[in-house]
Design a protein around this ligand. Sequence first.
Ligand SMILES: [Fe+2]
Length: 321
Amino acid sequence: MAGILVVDDTPEIRLLLDRLLTQEGHTVRQAAHGEAALAAVAQAVPDLVLLDVMMPGMDGFEVCRRLKRMEETRLVPVVLLTAQRERESRLKGLEAGADDYLNKPFDRLELLVRVRNLCRIRSLTDRLEDSRNVIYSLARAIEARDAYTEGHTERVAGYAVALGGALGLSETDLQWIEQGAVLHDVGKIGIRDSILNKPGPLTPDEYEQMKTHSAIGEHICKSLKSLAPILDIIRHHQERIDGKGYPDGLTGERMSVGARIVALVDAFDAMTSDRPYRKRLERAEAVRRLREGAGTQWDARMVEAFVGWLDAHPEVVEKKE
Ligand SMILES: [Fe+2]
């Protein structure tokens, strides 16, 4: 059963909702106005908020907007309680991020069904977030295993978004590419330390083992449906335009846009970072090598777009030290 916060300036309505929901087995807290609601949420995050729209002081739209802006509460479902049926106030509620509406006076059954459904969704998103967090923690743990790659995933994610932006990709695509970039090497969790941290070039046999990391990463992330859009980035970030990459030897545009982007910026960050057995390249030299590999290792159009972005950001790379 859920913890529900009821926010309404009318005591009778608070009491009515409290009684109904308590009978259903929920734990109910009450707040008489917007500020009290935010204070109650700060004390303990509820599973669901039933929120009156018209209240003196801060109205329900504003409370909703604030809840949806805060990291701890953005996923908590908010149901607006409204006497107004007008389209305008619904739109305003949607804009504020409300998840659902209930019209006053309440229909008892409708109320309970809505609450039940939203609580179910809430516990599902909780579980989903948990699994996502596990995978993101994995990515951080891998980075922590190797002092020399510190900050690598973060930089690769930053470059990937910058390049995607320069290529004119949509906001949604950029978000997926960012996630793919963060998780691209998650499969290294399956690679032995002696190989991962070897202070020198790998033997052919070790290299073969290292190459399995992209498929391992895909396998780990496959368990989460919500990561489906980035599986190809994880599996194919080591492919090459000329088909000489791994694991599938994809060529040209058979590599997705996301995989081509991450392949390029991952290589750039590797070139411009120190490794135990070699110093990092100067930025100009890294750019020269990118251009050299344009059309064979990397997408030529992307190389030019990325170099253009670098030209506009002379502080990049240098800042790292
Ligand atoms: Fe990789």
